[in-house]
Design a protein around this ligand. Structure first.
Ligand code: SAH
Length: 249
């Protein structure tokens, strides 16, 4: 069944009203009509099975058949602080990390960033990439896309256990760094910092350390900047038993 996020003010106790672009897409692109069923997500963690009923003007009305907590939302809250990347690589990170289960993205400008001047007009596109990936991967809440920040500001705003994958860190892995956080904690919070193509500068790593952000290794191979966040997020979720077979599963 197709899945769509809908603003909460379009959802009542027993029905939903779909208007605008989504109504157009349901009717004219997906060719759905009276009697067809879809899943509506309210972005607060609930999903509704809806049967389409009436159509009038540009609007579609649907009856709520059942409601259930959306199963795709991880308990672990991961914010990925990702340095801006060249070409479409930042988009790839948003798409893949939404699928994996990241709950927030903070685009960062770092010393060695070669991308970054034209971010303003890309935010809308980034938001729609997140929306599509969240619908496709059965998330119950949309990951939050924050404004672009400078690296130092990002370090100062990090919450929870904060990790910085760094290729020069040879010993400490994510599992060890997470040990301080009780795995029984219901909604653990983890911030992950990933550098640009050229990596973090030594100054940046020192500054991050001074903010309590701990360098961690992702193994002895050098991963591309667009790969590292995805791997770090997957390993973190695995550590919390949220990848189907981790230590808590
Ligand atoms: N320019 C560097 C690599 C940068 S990779 C070099 O060639 O040596 C881009 C980012 O991915 C890094 O800033 C880091 O956050 C992450 N990364 C890549 N490989 C890693 C590894 N093996 N361990 C930890 N972090 C890694």
């Amino acid at each position: 069944m197709h899945r769509f996020f809908l603003p909460q003010n379009c959802i009542t106790q027993s029905s939903v009203v779909v208007a605008g672009k989504l109504a157009h897409r349901l009717r004219n692109v997906l060719r759905l009509g009276t009697g067809d069923r879809i899943i509506i997500l309210d972005n607060s963690g609930w999903e509704y099975e809806v049967e389409l009923r009436a159509m009038s003007g540009g609007k579609l009305e649907g009856a709520i058949i059942s409601r259930a907590p959306a199963a795709g939302e991880p308990q672990t809250r991961i914010t990925l602080y990702q340095a801006l990347l060249k070409g479409s690589n930042f988009e790839l990170v948003l798409q893949k990390c939404t699928e994996i289960g990241v709950t927030g993205f903070v685009p960062m400008v770092c010393e060695r960033c070669v991308a970054g001047e034209t971010v303003g007009n890309r935010l809308g596109r980034w938001q729609s990439i997140i929306l599509e990936a969240a619908q496709q991967s059965r998330r119950g809440k949309l990951p939050v896309l924050h404004n672009v920040v400078q690296f130092r500001e990002a370090c100062e705003s990090a919450t929870g256990v904060s990790l910085l994958p760094w290729e020069e860190e040879k010993v400490r892995g994510i599992g060890a760094a997470l040990e301080g956080l009780p795995k029984t904690e219901n909604t653990p919070e983890v911030s992950i910092f990933v550098g640009p193509e050229g990596g973090f500068s030594p100054h940046e790593v020192d500054f991050a350390r001074s903010c309590g952000i701990e360098p961690v290794s992702l193994g002895s191979r050098i991963l591309r900047a667009e790969t590292a966040g995805l791997v770090a997020a997957a390993v973190t979720l695995y550590e919390f038993g949220e990848m189907g077979g981790g230590s808590q599963a």
